[in-house]
Ligand binder design. Structure first.
Ligand code: 5GP
Length: 118
């Protein structure tokens, strides 16, 4: 499989500011933000999409959620953010390397799941 754009960002081929990084994942600003705050949390391990994850990824997936909370705190949006994972092309996934969108800083209507993110 060819490296995804996120693999190339993670390995430094495409210079991108990491607003958070540790041995398991990085967080970057989305290049095409859908809200005042739009950050992607990306595991270094190249899982194509969430539904490809298995038991071996359990700890990593939990870690990603804790990183989401930490990054939201860091960005001052811990009180109100939306977390989105597009799984599969028909769900709007365009980069086939698992990533979690943190979206914040605009209103989200109660009971409305989609927020204009693909
Ligand atoms: P998806 O549609 O797969 O859930 O989300 C992919 C996201 O990656 C999109 O929101 C898109 O704007 C973002 N993106 C695509 N290429 C790049 C890039 O080169 N740099 C950054 N920072 N974000 C990117």
């Amino acid at each position: 499989m060819a490296d995804s754009i996120f693999a190339r960002i993670i390995n430094g081929e495409i210079p991108t500011e990491f607003i958070y990084e540790d041995e398991h994942c990085v967080a970057i600003h989305d290049i095409n933000p859908q809200a005042p705050t739009h950050v992607l949390v990306i595991p270094r391990r190249p899982i194509e999409k969430l539904s490809d994850a298995g038991p071996q990824d359990q700890e990593l997936l939990g870690h990603l959620l804790l990183v989401v909370a930490k990054v939201a705190e860091q960005l001052g949006v811990a009180d109100a953010f939306r977390l989105i994972v597009n799984n599969g092309a028909n769900a709007g996934q365009t980069v086939f390397h698992l990533h979690l969108h943190i979206v914040a800083g605009r209103s989200f209507k109660e009971g409305q799941l989609t927020g204009g993110l693909n």
